[in-house]
Design a protein around this ligand. Sequence first.
Ligand SMILES: [Zn+2]
Length: 201
Amino acid sequence: MTSDAWQEIARFGRKVVSSGLTSSRFGNISICQDGRIFITATGSMLDELDSSMVVEVSLENPCEMDKIASIETCVHRAIYLNTGKMAIIHTHSPYAVVLSMVEMEKVEPIDSEGVLFLGEVPIIEGKLGTDMLAEAASLALKSHMTCIARGHGVFAAGGTLMEAYTAACMVEHSSLVRYLANCYPQGKNLYLNQHTFKSSG
Ligand SMILES: [Zn+2]
C-alpha cells in the first residue's frame, strides 16, 4: 500500500471521531486510488488507525481481502463503480440517524449552508453490508453528496476525503438544525411556519 493512502485515511479517521460525527468503533473510510480501494479494516478504531488497519481490495470485484476489510466494502465498491467519486466516509452520526427514522424519503436542510451546498439528503434502505444497501447508496450518490441509510448512518462521498468529510459534517449539522427547529413548540415557530420549513408530522 502506498504510505500516503493509510496516512490520509488515518488523518480523517481522527477528524471524524474528534468532531463527534461517529464514535471510534463505528463507521469506515476509503479512498479509490490507481484502480484499487484502500479501506479501513473491520473492527478498526477510526481514531487509532495504523498501516495494518487499512486494507487494499479490488475495485472491480469482491476479493479475498474483503474478509478483513470493513463489512461495508461492497457498498464502497458499488459507489466507486457507479458514481465516479474517489473518497467515501461512512459515519453513524446521531442526528442524521434520528432524522432517517422520522422522515420519509429524504432530509431537507433548512439552514442556509445546507440548502445552498448540500441539498436534499436521500434516505435509503438496506441492511448493512448487503447488495441492497450497495445499490441504493450508489444510486443516491450519483446525484447527491450524501445519503443516510435508515436507522444506520451517513455515506458521504467526494473527489477527495476532504470533500467527503465536509459533506459528512454538513449533513450532521443540517440534521441537528432541522431536529432542533422541529422541537420548537407548535405554533411558536413563527418564521419557519411561513417559510421553507415544513414538519414531517
Ligand atoms: Zn455503519
